[in-house]
Design a binder for this molecule. Sequence first.
Ligand code: UN1
Length: 477
Amino acid sequence: MTIYQNLIGGEWVGANATKNINPSDTNEVVGLYADGSAEDTRNAIAAAKAAFPAWSRSGIWERHVILKKAGDEIMARKDELGALLAREEGKTLPEAIGETIRASQIFEFFAGEALRLAGETIPSVRPNIGVEITRDPLGVIGIITPWNFPIAIPAWKIAPALCYGNTIVFKPAELVPACSWAIVDILNRAGLPKGVLNLVMGKGSVVGQAMLDSPDVAGITFTGSTGTGKRVAAASIEHNRKFQLEMGGKNPMVVLDDADLNVAVEAAANSGFFSTGQRCTASSRLIVTEGIHDKFVAALTAKLETLVVDNALKSGTHIGPVVDERQLKTDTDYIEIGKKEGAKLAFGGELITRDTPGFYLQPTLFTEATNQMRISREEIFGPVVSVIRVKDYEEALATANDTPFGLSSGIATTSLKHATHFKRNAEAGMVMVNLPTAGVDFHVPFGGRKGSSYGPREQGKYAAEFYTTVKTSYTLA
Ligand code: UN1
């Protein structure tokens, strides 16, 4: 088997490789991908540093053309790349193709943003002096991405970093290197100068650590676990480095008595269980008022009966496998914890066998949960959801906000008054009314509050906040 290598200073390098395994069929090796060393990482940082002066002064048309070309190629290859994504991560083929389209749209968006870079010119308070406010790129950006969105999250970090004139050292999650390799290959062929984008696949403890230790990395953008996020933060403060963290969620979906039952059930099933519940925006706490509680649980359970868990590539599959054995163990451990805490297992909870050996778990619904149970407080990151019964809207809102996290928050209601009040008072970065808490647009800000996020928002024009630094220049005229 060929080894998909790392890209360092414009050269493909690396002889050591690890296997990328298909979670829908663990007999299948998706490919062999390079396992980079600390020295590889240091070389990549040096290459990015050397490439920065020229790239930071490159013309906006050059950046536009490269980003646009990459977006076009990803779109043209959406079925092939979507299948690769489904094979390495385990989300269903339609979900994977959708994510690939989203990655293409992100490149398209930032190709446009490159042509709209602008500053401000304002008068000084002193006579005969002009003031200009401009945005400079930061320098070398370290990009660390998680396994659950193998193409969209790399796209939403790489595209703005390049658009605003930064150079990059990129470390994708070890579990899903294939889509990352593919987009780096696409950008490299689209004409990026050597060293502007460097790919170092490998272990977090080796490659990630070497990035954290380097004084030459000016900014790190990270999406992943809360534990690793805290390490990124501590190491970055040491180097006075800018950092942006996107971590966990324990997103609530409030369902009120006046909700359209269908809308509520569709939103809960989608955001609780699609993508196997492996989204930081997933709804894992369904907070339901008394009057609709039993009807809602019955309808949601009936819906779960119809969802097919199977190989991600099979047509008709609604929910693919869990990503790997370790995550599956976390999920089943939490199912045991939920039972011990006294929540009622209303649906699922069992492993399933399919034609191909994979990490298949039933969608799992707990009812009679309280908001204090560990299954309601800690992020599980699997298809495990708890229903919490509440008296009224006021208790629902208070319960929704009673969490260490604050990424996304949803409400199902037909009351304008409650929807408006919830939008105003939900302690979250994103609020969804009659929509799933997961599945966001690519052109508007993404991010959360409290324990979920740190630093400026990602995506849309707000991405400039992280990838640039503001300069104020005064000129005596
Ligand atoms: C989405 O719900 O559309 O890791 C995106 C995650 C998020 C992305 C969610 N950063 O799940």
